[in-house]
Design a protein around this ligand. Structure first.
Ligand code: G3I
Length: 331
């Protein structure tokens, strides 16, 4: 009876099973979330621009609602995210006359933000994506160019971890990124985390976003990424898992419903991923999907605006897909 099987219970000996939610899906997916998931991440509600739209104004209402929902239902919460080049308001990088702030001001604003947010949720949010997507995808540079880097220099990363650790010494602190399994970027992420560790920066984990598709990355590349990050003694979280039915280059817009063949291939991919996660569950302590069911996904607007995608274990009616059965069968 499918009503009896709960996804998070199937993996309770291995890792938490999480979903990214937003103000809307907390309502529209309520029952599904309560039944199958025991960890939540805010898709947007804890990002800088949402929590801290002006220097002297913090807005916590939606984040607080998510926390309350998680508490009512005994779920863990991952914090996402403190320092990122996206969704950070422009006031952060400007002085009173609209020019660029200096390094000291930027770092002191960053400290204020991190202290305020992390201490507010101390004891509830058990882990944070402290720095998100700071590594360059390709080229010779280690770090992506951003206002954080340009103004504060590369140690904005170390400082972010130090401020977060001071605000909540018990929280597990992550560096989180995408393309995390591509060999070139993997080595950069590895180098960054290694250098942080060598400087005794309080970093405890690597978040593998895992925005994957039917072909990429290969299982072998994923395994190598897991082993490489784990070799640094890092705890690993899968933080934003989804499996697009389109490959990166594919811009077709004529697929209005998923075919049986695509759903079978997706199920096989999911089966392999979870087999791998289980094999490394000594390191991987949480697996979070970037959504919960196919009625809502950020991929509906990426990379083609308004193109439907079906990346999850549950369909648009919140019913388990073939991928769900293939994943729990081996749990
Ligand atoms: O809220 C406004 C709405 O008022 C407006 O009408 C609408 C018009 O475009 O935009 C809405 O804001 C959108 C917001 O999501 C809420 O839906 C933004 O345009 C859109 O850019 C934003 O996208 C989010 C994206 O991060 C921003 O970079 C996605 O929802 C969110 O899923 C995505 O999440 C990221 C992770 O944080 C980091 N890793 C990658 C992942 C996927 O891109």
């Amino acid at each position: 009876d499918n009503k009896m099987i709960k996804l998070h219970e199937a993996f309770s000996d291995q890792f938490l099973i999480g979903a990214a939610v937003n103000a809307k899906t907390l309502k529209t997916q309520r029952e599904l979330l309560i039944r199958h998931f025991n960890s939540l991440t805010a898709e947007n509600e804890m990002k800088f621009e949402r929590l801290h739209p002006a220097e002297d104004r913090y807005t916590f209402e939606e984040a607080d609602r998510l926390i309350a929902f998680a508490k009512e239902n005994n779920m863990g919460v991952r914090g996402h995210t403190l320092v990122w080049h996206n969704q950070t308001p422009s006031w952060m990088f400007e002085d009173a006359s609209g020019g660029a702030v200096n390094r000291e001001t930027l770092l002191s604003r960053m400290k204020d933000h991190i202290e305020t947010v992390v201490s507010r949720y101390k004891g509830t949010i058990y882990g944070w994506d402290v720095v998100n997507e700071a590594v360059a995808d390709s080229g010779n540079e280690l770090l992506r160019s951003s206002k954080w880097l340009d103004i504060a220099g590369e140690d904005f990363i170390a400082k972010a971890f130090e401020y977060a650790h001071a605000a909540d010494p018990a929280a597990i602190l992550f560096y989180n990124d995408y393309n995390e399994s591509a060999p070139e970027k993997r080595e950069k992420i590895y180098a960054l985390v290694k250098s942080l560790k060598e400087k005794d920066v309080p970093i405890h984990g690597v978040g593998l976003q895992a925005h994957w598709n039917l072909e990429h990355p290969s299982i072998d590349d994923i395994r190598q990424a897991i082993e490489r990050y784990a070799s640094l003694g890092m705890m690993l979280h899968i933080t934003e898992l989804d499996v697009s039915v389109f490959n990166h280059e594919d811009r077709r817009t004529d697929l209005l419903a998923p075919t049986a063949e695509l759903m079978e291939r997706q199920a096989e991919r999911y089966r392999q991923f979870f087999e791998l996660f289980r094999a490394y569950s000594e390191h991987i302590t949480s697996v979070t999907f970037w959504g919960a069911a196919d009625d809502y996904t950020w991929l509906d607007n990426f990379p083609v605006y308004g193109r439907k995608n079906w990346p999850f274990l549950f369909d648009q009616e919140h019913q388990p897909k073939q991928a769900f059965w293939d994943v729990v069968k081996f749990a």
